[in-house]
Design a binder for this molecule. Structure first.
Ligand code: SF4
Ligand code: SF4
Length: 194
């Protein structure tokens, strides 16, 4: 006796009855198939024409990162590396440098990131870098990382990440600040981070 056992308890009786004339000419089956196609043709389409068209995203959506400047236009990042340590995908790398005299208007702290890169193909958009940052320098935004056919364009450097100096073109991340976060930031104990 064979040791083979059925994988399921389901069974189907297979019959080899002769096909009727209508079944043999396939026309009714083709018409039924066409009717299904026509019905779907006039239905509301679930797809959008990305990238020309984008679906609306919630304000708390975790998308492409931004490195923020402070109110004076200085880069907030101090290259402490906490975001890189917190990143589970090891997507962040940076090279720190010392601020030179005369660069106080560019960098808020004495140490800054001369090179700061995020590999967007490794990133899983978990937001842990944002949570780890003690300087409120890095935020995820509701913007998308555009598709590309090559790999290298997905390694975003400071030119892609740091927000523009022009106050009118700054990236608004206030939508990600829930009431609890805003209350937390009022705590004078964390004033050095603002
Ligand atoms: S969102 Fe997550 S995976 Fe992406 S860079 Fe930040 S910590 Fe790393
Ligand atoms: S983004 Fe924040 S956590 Fe990351 S290196 Fe800069 S200051 Fe540190």
């Amino acid at each position: 006796m064979s040791d083979l056992r059925p994988l399921t308890t389901r069974s189907r009786v297979v019959s080899d009855k002769r096909m009727t004339l209508m079944e043999r000419i396939y026309l009714p089956a083709m018409v039924a198939g066409l009717l299904i196609t026509i019905r779907h043709f006039f239905r509301r389409k679930p797809t959008v024409r990305y990238p020309e068209q984008e679906r609306p995203r919630p304000a708390v959506y975790r998308g492409r990162h931004v490195l923020k400047r402070d109110e004076k236009g200085r880069e907030r990042c101090t290259a402490c590396g906490l975001c890189a340590v917190a990143c589970p995908a090891e997507a962040i790398s940076m090279v720190a440098d010392e601020r030179k005299p005369g660069e106080e208007h560019l960098y808020r702290e004495e140490k800054y990131a001369r090179i700061y890169e995020i590999d967007m193909l490794r990133c899983i958009y978990c937001g842990l870098c944002e949570e780890a940052c003690p300087k409120e320098a890095i935020f995820l935004t509701d913007r998308l990382v555009k598709a590309d056919r090559e790999r290298m364009p997905f390694v975003f450097g400071k030119d892609e990440l740091v927000e523009p100096m022009d106050p009118a073109r700054r990236i608004d991340v206030s939508g990600r600040q829930t009431a609890a976060v805003r209350t937390f930031k009022q705590n004078p104990r964390y004033a050095h981070n603002r």
